[in-house]
Design a protein around this ligand. Structure first.
Ligand SMILES: NC(=O)c1ccc[n+]([C@@H]2O[C@H](COP(=O)([O-])OP(=O)(O)OC[C@H]3O[C@@H](n4cnc5c(N)ncnc54)[C@H](OP(=O)(O)O)[C@@H]3O)[C@@H](O)[C@H]2O)c1
Length: 291
C-alpha cells in the first residue's frame, strides 16, 4: 500500500512538472500563410480547428459532406483572419473522393503544410455490437482507410513543405472501451499506422511531423447527442480542445492529451495496472441507457 501511494505521488509530481514547465507557446507568425486541410470541418472539433488556424492567418481548405455548413464555416474563417478559406464537398466513405479532396486542395492551395485528419462518420460508432458487418466495413472506410488515402495522396506535398499530419484519436484508441468496438478498431488502427509512419519519417530525417491527439469526451453537438446520457463523464470544451491540438501541431509534438488531467494519468496508470483502470472506466457507462 505504501509502495502504491509513493508511486501515485511520484506520478502526480512528475506529470505536474512536465505540464507546467513544458508548455511552449506559439505565435501567429508561425502559422500565417500556411496551407491547411481540415477534414470533418463542417461542425465540432474540426470546425474549431479551422477557426484557430484562421485566426493566425492560415489558408484553410475545409471538407465534409454538407455544403451549406461548410459555406458558413468558410465565411467565419475569413472574418477571423484566414488568408483564404475554400471548401470541397466529399464523402470519405469513397476512396476516390478522398483522393480528389487531397488533389484538389493541393492544387488550389499551391501545396500543403498541415493535413488535419479529423472526420468521424458511419453508423454504429456507439452501442452494443450485434454482429452486423455493415457498420464495421463502413466505419473502417470512413474512419480509417480514408485517413490513409488522404495521407498517401498528400505525401509528396508534405515532404516538399516538411509539413505536418495531425490525427484525431481517443482514449478509446489506446484502451478498449465497451460499446465502441467499431470505433475502437478504427482508432487503434490509426494509432498503429501513424506511430509507425512517424518512426519512419524520423529515421529517414525527412522532417514531416505526425501529431496524434488523444481526446476524452468533448462537448461537440454530435458527441453529446450520441453519448451524453450514456456516460457519467463530463464533457470538455471543443474550443479549448482545438487550441491544444493546434498548439501541439505547430510545435510538432508527437502527441497531445486533452483534457490533460482527465486522460494522461489514466493512460499512464493503465500501463501499470490495466485491470484497475479498465474496471474504473467501465463504471462510467450507464448500461441501462445503451441499446
Ligand atoms: N467529441 C468527442 O467526445 C471525441 C472524443 C474523442 C475523439 N474524438 C475525435 O475527434 C474527431 C472529431 O469529433 P467531433 O465530435 O468533432 O465529430 P462531429 O462533431 O461528429 O463531426 C464529424 C465531422 O465529420 C464529418 N463527416 C461525417 N461523416 C462523414 C463522411 N462520410 N465523409 C466526410 N465527412 C464526414 C461531419 O460533417 P458532415 O456531416 O457534413 O459530413 C463533421 O464535420 C473525431 O475523429 C473523433 O473520433 C472526439
Amino acid at each position: 500500500m505504501a509502495g502504491l501511494k509513493l508511486l501515485l505521488w511520484s506520478l502526480i509530481v512528475g506529470l505536474s512538472a512536465y505540464y507546467f514547465y513544458s508548455t511552449d507557446t506559439i505565435t501567429p507568425e508561425m502559422v500565417k500563410g500556411k496551407r491547411v486541410i481540415v477534414t470533418g470541418s463542417s461542425t465540432g472539433i474540426g470546425e474549431q480547428i479551422a477557426y484557430r488556424f484562421s485566426e493566425m492567418g492560415a489558408h484553410v481548405m475545409l471538407t465534409a459532406r454538407r455544403a451549406k455548413q461548410l459555406q458558413e464555416v468558410a465565411k467565419k474563417c475569413l472574418e477571423l483572419g484566414a488568408g483564404s478559406a475554400r471548401y470541397v464537398v466529399a464523402d470519405m466513405e469513397n476512396m476516390t473522393s478522398a483522393q480528389n479532396v487531397a488533389q484538389e486542395a493541393i492544387k488550389q492551395l499551391g501545396g500543403l503544410d498541415y493535413l488535419v485528419l479529423n472526420h468521424l462518420g458511419g453508423t454504429g460508432t456507439f452501442g452494443s455490437f450485434k454482429g452486423d458487418m455493415e457498420p464495421v466495413l463502413s466505419s473502417n472506410k470512413i474512419n480509417f482507410l480514408s485517413y490513409i488515402q488522404l495521407t498517401s495522396t498528400a505525401l509528396k506535398a508534405l515532404l516538399e513543405s516538411q509539413g505536418s499530419i495531425i490525427v484525431m484519436s481517443s482514449l478509446s484508441g489506446r484502451i478498449g472501451s465497451p460499446f465502441s468496438a467499431t470505433y475502437c478498431a478504427a482508432k487503434f488502427a490509426l494509432e498503429g499506422f501513424f506511430s509507425s509512419l512517424r518512426r519512419e519519417f524520423i529515421m529517414k530525417k525527412n522532417n514531416v511531423s505526425v501529431t496524434v491527439a488523444i481526446l476524452g469526451f468533448i462537448d461537440t453537438e454530435n458527441a453529446v447527442k450520441k453519448i451524453g446520457d450514456k456516460v457519467t463523464m463530463s464533457a470538455s470544451p471543443k474550443e479549448e480542445c482545438a487550441i491544444e491540438i493546434v498548439n501541439a501541431a505547430v510545435l510538432r509534438q508527437p502527441e497531445v492529451f486533452y483534457p490533460y488531467w482527465g486522460i494522461k494519468p489514466l493512460w499512464l496508470l493503465h500501463n501499470l495496472a490495466p485491470n484497475l483502470i479498465r474496471n474504473l472506466l467501465d463504471k462510467m457507462y450507464v448500461q441501462e441507457n445503451i441499446s
